[in-house]
Design a protein around this ligand. Sequence first.
Ligand SMILES: Cc1cc2nc3c(=O)[nH]c(=O)nc-3n(C[C@H](O)[C@H](O)[C@H](O)COP(=O)(O)O)c2cc1C
Ligand code: SF4
Length: 1500
Amino acid sequence: MASPIGFISTREDAAARVAYLFSETVLSVQPNLKASPSVGFQHALDQMVFHMVRGIVTKRGTLPSIYSVRHNADPFLTAVEELGKTAFLSITAASSTLPAAITHLAKLAKYPVVIHVSMSRSFADFSEIISLRQLGFTLIQSFSLREAQDLAIASHILAIRTGKGVIHFFHQPEGEETPIPFEDVSKLDNVVYRSALVFGVSAAGIVANKGHWNDTAGDIDSKSSMGGTAVDKTHIAQSNLTHDLTRVDYRTGDLFHAAEAVFDLIRVALGRTYKAFDYHGAGNADTALLIFGSSAKDFITAIGHAGSGNIYSKVGVITVRIYRPWSVEKLLATIPQSVERLGVLEQVHCQTTKWGPVLLDVISSLNSDLSTTAAIPVVGYQLGYLDSETIGQALRGIMQNIQSKTPIQNLLVGGPVSHDVDLEYHLSQTELETAYSKMLYSVFGAKLSILNSLDSNESGIPRTISSNPEYGFGAYLAKEEEKKLFVYKLQKAIKANVFTNQETKNLVLRWLLLSRESSSKLSEVGVELISSLESDSSEIARELLKGKAFLLGTTSWIIGSDAWSYDLGTSGVHNVIASGKNVNVLIVDSQPYTARAARDASHRKKDIGLYAMNYSNSYVASIAVYSSYTQALQALIEADKFEGPSIVIAYLPYNEETDSALTILQETKKAVDSGYWPLYRWDPRADESGLPNFQLDSQALKKQLKDFLERENHLSQLARRVPVLGENIAGSYGSNLRSQQRKKAKDAYSKLLESLTGPPLTILFASDGGTAENLAKRLHRRAKGRGFGAVVMAMDDFPFEDLVAEENLVIVISTAGQGEFPQNGRNFWESIKSSTDLDLNSVNYAVFGLGDSHYWPRKQDAVYYNKPSKDLNSRLEILGAKRIVELGLGNNQDPDGYQTAYLVWETQLWVALGVGGVDVFVDEPPPLTNEDIKIQSNYLRGTIVEGLNDESTGGISASDSQVAKFHGVYLQDDRDIREQRKASGLEPAYFFMIRVRMPAGVSTPAQWLAIDRIAGENGNHTFKITTRGTYQLHGVIKKNLKSAIKAINAALLDTIAACGDGNRNVLCAGLPHNHSLHEELTSYAREISERLLPRMKAYHEIWLTDGNDERKLVAGNAAVDFEPLYGASYLPRKFKVAIAMPPYNDVDVFAHDVGLIAIVDGEDKLTGFNVLAGGGMGITHNNKKTYPRTGTLLGYVKKEDVVVVCEKIMLIQRDNGDRKARNHARLQYTIDDMGIDVFRQKAEELLGFKFEEAGAFMFESNIDHFGWVKDERGLNHFTMFVENGRIQDTPDVRMKTGLREIALAMKPRGEFRLTGNQHVILSNIAEKDMPVVTRLIAEYKLDNLRHSGLRLSSSACVAFPTCGVAIAESERYLPIFISKLESYLEELGLRHDSVVLRMTGCPNGCVRPWLAEVAMVGKAYGAYNLMLGGGYDGQRLNKLYKSSVNEEQALELLKPLFKRWALERKEGEHFGDFLIRAGVVKPTLEGKTFHDDVAEEDDE
Ligand SMILES: Cc1cc2nc3c(=O)[nH]c(=O)nc-3n(C[C@H](O)[C@H](O)[C@H](O)COP(=O)(O)O)c2cc1C
Ligand code: SF4
C-alpha cells in the first residue's frame, strides 16, 4: 500500500478513509482470511489514526474510534450494540461476512449506518450482496477506484440525511490501481453543507444530531463546523442541481429519489456524474446484457474491442449502480428502444433458486404488474469464473444461446465454482423444486444434516417412509444417541490423556464445554479441533475424526411437502413439536395460489404454522423465496439458532417443472399480497429480549392468523392484569393456561347467550351495494325491539357448520351480475348447494330477495330476476327447513321499489314468529344521508385527520370518504383482488385517487414533471388525463396521501372541489391555433373556477400543515368558517362548467350544467357567450326517471357578465336542487321540473338583466384534432393522442418517460394543455426547440399517424380496477375491443374515418357516452348496453340499440352497420347521422325522450 502521500490506490483504501472522516466509530470486521485474503480497509484506517486525522463529524477535539472485530466473533452484533452509543457508525467488511449476519443487518438497516463491503478479489460471490436486497438498505455499487471514493462519500451523505442504512459494495481487483489523489476534506465539507440545504435540515433532519453537528438552518450561513472552512453561499445559488428535495419526506421511504439527489450533489461538487444504471454500447443495439458481477468491465472491453461492424456491434451492456431500491423506471429508460432481447448475467456461486434474483427483478420490471408476458424475451445466465482470456469465448456462448429460438435458461457461463464442503447427507428432494434445500445447503454448508432423505446406500427403505417426518424424527433420535456416544468417547479420551498435543486437548475441553450450552461458537471451535486432530498422530484422533459432523455442530432439518399438513397427528410433525427437541422442520407448500380452490374442500388443509404457534414452544416462520429471499434466509438462520423445535413453512407454487419464472412470480405475488400466504416469523422467546414475538414481514395477514394474534394479545393483557395467569404464561406453556383460556372463552360465550333474551333469530344478508345489508340491519333492530335474541351478519361470515342448529333463520339477499349471488354470500351458497346430507328439519326460515325485473329486459333473461333469493328459498326447503313466510320479492320496478313487497313480507314475518300483535316503538336512527354528512362535517373537516392517523385500516370512514371528495380525494380499493382479500379475511386493498383542479387544463412543464414525480413516489406510477382536462392520480395509499397533496400544492396546483358537490374543474377548448382567443377563454375559465371555489379552511388545515403545526382548529372555531356561495351544505350534487369555441366542440359543451359557447365578432374578437344550462350525463340503469340531457340554450350574455351568470345559475341549483334523491339532484332535473321558462326568469331576476338573443354558431365535431399547428405568433402546438388519457410506460411505448423528456426540453415557456377528450396538447413550442421536441416525439413513438380514425376518436372511463362503482371493464378493455374492429374497418376502407366511440364501466357516464355515435355502457361484467346515433358534433344524444350485449354480440351488431355506412353513406355523412337516416335508431331530440322509441322495447 505504498501510494504517495495523499494518494490512494485501492478501492478499500478509498472507502476506509471516507468512512473514517464521516464516522464517530468505525468497526473494522477482520476477514476470514481463507475466504477473502488481505482485505485492505484496516491498513487505511490505521494510517488515518497514525496521522491523527480529524474527522468531519466527530466532536471538536476528538478523533473517530476504530474497533477491529474478528469475523467469527459476531461482529455485527457489536455494531448493533454500538447503535445506542454512537451517532455516526460505519463498518468495513468483506462480503463473505454478511449473509450469516443477516438478523443483525436487518436492525442496522434502520439506522444511518454505512457498510463498505469489499467483494473477494479472486472470484466474488455476488449472492452475498444479493441476499441482503430486502433488508431496507440502499445498495450502491462502485466500479472504479475514483468511483469507490465518490460513492463512499455519497453513501455517508445519504445515510446521514435519510437516517437509513447504506451498503456500498465493490469488487476489489487484484493488485493496486493507478493512484489517484484523495479528495480534499474541505470539498467534502462543502458537500455536507450543500446536502443540508438540498434536503432541508428541518424536514429530513440530521437523524443522529447529538449537538455537535451544527448544520441547523440558522447555523450554516457562515461556516460549517468541522473544518472551519468558510463556504461561499453564492456557490449554492449557482449550483444547478436538478433535484429539489426540500419537499421529500422520508417517511414515504423514497430512498431512491434521495440517492439520486445525493448523486446530483456529487456531480456539482466533484464534477462526476453517476446514474442508477449505465448502458455501454451502441444506441441501436438489438441485444443487451445486464451484468451483475465482477467481469462486467471485461465484457464491455471485449465488445468494444471487437470494433464496429462485427458480430457484437449491436450488443450493449447494462451495469447496476443503485441495486436497491430498484428503479423500474430507470431501468426501462436505460434499455435502448431497439433492444429485442435481454440477457441477465448473475455472478453467484451457488444459485439457490431456479431463477436468479436479478433476473426476476428484470422480468418483473418489464411486466410491472406481472399481468402480461414480457414483450422482450429475457434469458438468465449464471456467471462463473472468467478471465480476460476466456471472456471472448463466453460472449460467443452467451450470444449463441440468446439468439437461438429456444434459449436455455440458467446456462452457466465460465468455469463453475466448486464448494469445498462435503455434504454428509445428500439432498434427494427430487419431487420438490430444490430451491429451499439448496438454500439450506448454501446457508449451513457442512453443518447441514437433512434427516429424512435417503443416501443411495440406504436403499431398500421405501421413499414414502424415508421421506416422512416420523422417519426423520426417528433419525434425529438415533443421531442424538450417536452423538452421546461420541461425547462419551471424547470425555474418555480426555480423562485417559491420550492426545499427543496439548492444543488438541484444550480444544476438546472447550468443545465439550460449548456443546453443553449448544453455543453457536461450537462450529468455529469444531473447525479448529478438526484441523488439530488431523495433525495429531494418535489412534484416538483418527477415530474421532469419523465424527466430524458432530464436531461441527450439525443443524438438523426434516424436509417435507405440504401433504403432511393434511394429517398432523400421524405425520410426526406433531411429535417433533411435542418433543421440544432441537429439530427444524421445513415444509414446502407447492400448491399454486390459483389452483388452491380446486382441491377437495372436505379435505381441508391444516395450517401447520398456526398449529405450531399454538404450542408456544416452537419457532415458526412462513416464508416464500420468490417473494422475499432475505426474509427466507433470516428465518432459516433464526430457526437454526432457536433452541427447540422450529417449523418453517415455505411457499413455492408450481404446476410443473417447466413453469416459467413469470408464472411462479405471479402465483407467489398473489398468494402473499392477498394474505393467503403471509410472511412472518414467530419466536416465542423473543419477548425475553424485549422484542416482539411476532414479526409480520408482508403486508397482509390471513384471518385465522389475525384471530390467533388477537387472542395472544388478549392473553398477554390478561397476564398483566391477573398475576396468577401471568405466572402460568411465563412459567409454562402447558395445559394450565390452555384450560384457563378455554374457560374464559366459554364464560364469554355463556354471557353472550345470557344477553340474548327471547327466542333466537339469525338474520343473514348478502349485498353488493348495501341495500340488502341496511334492510337486514333494520330488521335486526326491529327484531330486538320485539324481544328476539337476534344476531345479524353477512352470509359468508356465518359459520356454516352451525346452520343445522339454527332455530329461526331469516335471509335478506339482493341480486348481482346476471342473477348471481352478491360477493358476501357466495361461499355460503356454494356450501349449501353442495351439501347433500345436511338435515335442516329443525330450522324455520324466511327469505326476502331484492332485484330488478327489468335489469335484464329480454324475455329469455327473465330467469335472472331475483334468482339468488329464489334459489336459496328452494334449496332450504329441499334440505328440510320449514318455510314460515313465502318468499318476498323486492323489485326496483315497483312503485316504491323493493319497499312495496317488503312491507307486506315483514308483517307476515312477525305474525309467523308469533309477535304479529306486538306493537313496538323502535328508536331507529334515520339513515345518514349525504346532506347530513355535509352539514355535520363542520365545513368539510369531518374526522379526516383522525382517519388519516388511524393505522388500523388503510381506508377512512364512509362519511369521511364523502367529505374527502370535496378535497379532491376518493377512497378506492383494488377491485382485482377484492375477492381474494375478503376470502382471506382482509379488508379491501384501500388506496386513494387524487384529482387536481386545473382550470382550462393548462399546466406548465414544471407542473407536468411534478405530477409525473408524485405519481411515481406516491401513486401507482401512472396518471390519467381526465375528461375534465385535469390530472388524476391513482393508487395513493393512506400514509402517502398527505405528502402527495402537499406536493401538488407545492407545484402551485390544488385539488379543491375536484370531486364532491361543488363546482368541478372548469373545462375549456384546447384551441392550439389561436393563442389570443385561447388565452382570453382560459382567463375566463380561471375566473369562473376561482369565483365558484369553496372557501373551506379545512383544506389547508388537513393537508398543508405538518404534524407539529400548532394552528389546530379548536372547538367553536367553526364560526369563522364561511362559505358565501355554498353555505354549510354545499350543492345538492356536482356542478360542471365548460367553455367551447365553435366550430370545435372538443369539450362537449352540451353535456355540462353550464355550457358557454364563445361568440366572436367579424375580427375574431370575443364579444360574449351563448349560455346553455342543464346538461348532464349520469343516469341509473332501468330507472326511466333518470336520463342524460343536453344543455338548453338560454341566450347570449356579454363576456364581462359571464362569471356572474355562472354564479347565479349555480345559486338557483343550490336552492332548488333535489336534496332527497341524489339521482334526481342535478341541475338537469331542477330545470325540467321547474320548466325552462321559469328557470330563465329566475336567473334573469337574480342577474338583473335579460339574456339576449343567442349568437349564431356552428359545431363541426366533438373530437380533438391531432398533429402540429402554428398559432398566430408562429409558436407550434402538437395535439397528441393519449389512449384513454393514461400516461404510463408500457413495453411498447414509453409514453411517460417520453413526455417527461419533452417536458424537460420545453421548460420553462412551453405549456401542457389537457383536453376534455383525455389527450394532451404540447403548446407554445418555439421554432428553436422544435428539433429536440420532434425528435423526442418520434423516438418515443408519440406521433398519432399509426392509429385508426376509430381509435383516435374513442375514449373510455377508468372503471376497473380502481373505480369503486364500476360494474364492467372500460379503460383496460376498449383498446382491445377496438383492435377487434379495426381490421374489418380497414377492409371496408374506413380505416381513416372518424367515428366517436365511447365506453364506460357504469351508467354514471364519466366519458359522456350518451353523446357518442357509438357507445358501450357497462351493465354487468362483460355486458354492455349498445347505444347508437349520437351526433358527431356533440349536440344529439344517442339511443339504446341493444341492451346487455357481450363482445361477440357487439361486434356482430356493429359490423354490418359499418358495412352499410361504407356502401350507403352520402358524401361526408357521419356514422351517427347515417344510422338515423337509415332508421337504425330514432333520434333523441331531448333528454326527456331518451327512453322513448327504443328499438328493443322491454319484453315485459
Ligand atoms: C350490476 C347489477 C346487476 C344486477 N343484476 C340483477 C339481476 O340479474 N337480477 C335482478 O333481479 N336484479 C339485478 N340487479 C338489481 C339489484 O339486485 C337491486 O338493485 C338491489 O336492490 C341491489 O341491492 P344491493 O345494494 O344490496 O346490492 C342488478 C343490479 C346491479 C347493479
Ligand atoms: S363511468 Fe362509472 S365506471 Fe366509469 S369511471 Fe365513471 S363511475 Fe367509474
